[in-house]
Design a protein around this ligand. Structure first.
Ligand code: 6MZ
Length: 347
């Protein structure tokens, strides 16, 4: 990790809604994976972007390919998922939505169904350990794999929506935003929505996606990942902003990821400020805490120091995130009660 967050941020109860499983693998877990697979000749420097370093978005996506080589059996997925959940719990995250793209690996016998089952098993294992964190799962579509795979993924997610005891709650659309075509994925996304899967879509992470965002906003999605280039000040449009406002679609914002991936030039120019000024629901998230060497406490502290937010305001920000979760109303009520119990007398 680049820095240690102050005690206030560390102890702040938090909700994490945008965390890609394989991007969230810590250096300790990577160490264990490297030991399991020395023949791959993978070094630590290939799996994370450290303090002060930046990469192009394209280079970030190369990093995921390296991590995928290290995580290619059910055993790996079980370890990675339990480690990631324990780490979020240790960072005072009380509710976590993990997302991951189910992968088939012919050489190890891993199937997409086995992939999701293993993630669910890991979530249940952590529950049985008594960790103070409620974890849910979003099945992810990698946009580069096209419409047919997207439809298959939705069918799979639909099965688990019915059979996972409420652990699978939704669908994520992610992957390299410069590859693939969102329009062709519309039928799959519509089907997902119709069967009751909540939708979190990466939108306008790069500037060239205006038309696609316009189309996908008509669904409408239940949450937006990044939305970096939606607003007119950065080449988006008022029409796109109006669609987001009209449907009150929360944004998942990941400051370090966007700065290290160079889609945002510096922290002070992050679009958090635009949406915060509008009073629009925005949730601070990590994206890929392993790859970008961060954690959720640091992201809250960074947001506060960059935009001059008081502890009380930061508390409200973490509390308001509860309204944006995909789990049912009863879970929201339980979390709201927890926040009331944990709230300091004075800030
Ligand atoms: C878009 C991203 C992403 O699914 O193997 N992913 N997609 N934008 C981003 N911003 C940096 N960060 C991660 O986790 C890794 C996968 O998550 C998506 C990519 O599809 C990446 O391959 P899983 O657990």
């Amino acid at each position: 990790m680049d820095n240690e967050a102050d005690v206030f941020y560390r102890q702040l109860p938090k909700v994490e809604l945008h965390a890609h499983l394989n991007g969230s693998v810590s250096s300790q877990t990577i160490e264990k994976l490297i030991k399991r697979k020395p023949h791959l000749n993978i070094e630590h420097s290939m799996t994370a972007i450290g303090k002060g370093q930046r990469r192009t978005l394209d280079e970030c996506f190369q990093v995921f390919k390296v991590i995928h080589q290290l995580v290619d059996t059910e055993e790996d997925i079980l370890m990675v998922t339990t480690d990631v959940i324990r780490e979020f719990a240790a960072d005072s995250v009380k509710y976590l939505e993990l997302r991951s793209t189910p992968r088939e690996e012919k050489h190890t016998g891993l199937t997409k169904k086995g992939y999701i089952e293993t993630v669910i098993r890991a979530i249940q294992l952590c529950k049985n350990e008594g960790l103070d964190i409620d974890v849910r799962f979003l099945v992810a579509i990698d946009r580069r794999n096209g419409a047919e795979v997207a439809m298959e993924t939705v069918a799979l997610a639909e099965q688990f929506l019915l059979s996972s005891d409420g652990l699978v709650v939704g669908l994520d659309l992610s992957g390299d935003p410069t590859v693939g075509d969102g329009k062709s994925l519309l039928p799959a996304l519509e089907r997902a929505k119709n069967c009751g899967l909540k939708l979190s879509l990466h939108l306008s992470e790069v500037p060239s996606q205006l038309e696609e965002s316009d189309l996908l906003l008509n669904l409408p999605p239940d949450r937006i990942g990044h939305g970096t280039f939606l607003h007119p000040e950065v080449g988006g449009s008022q029409n796109l902003v109006n669609k987001v406002l009209k449907n009150n679609i929360p944004l998942e914002l990941c400051l370090t990821s966007n700065v290290k991936g160079q889609t945002v030039p510096c922290y002070s120019q992050h679009h958090f400020n635009y949406w915060y000024q509008l009073g629009h629901p925005s949730v601070i998230c990590t994206d890929d805490k392993g790859v970008f060497s961060t954690d959720l406490s640091q992201e809250y502290q960074l947001t506060a120091s960059t935009f001059g937010l008081s502890h009380e305001t930061v508390w409200k920000l973490s509390q308001q995130a509860i309204d944006c979760i995909f789990a049912p109303q009863t879970v929201k009520q339980q979390l709201k009660q927890k926040w009331i119990e944990l709230q300091p007398q004075v800030f």
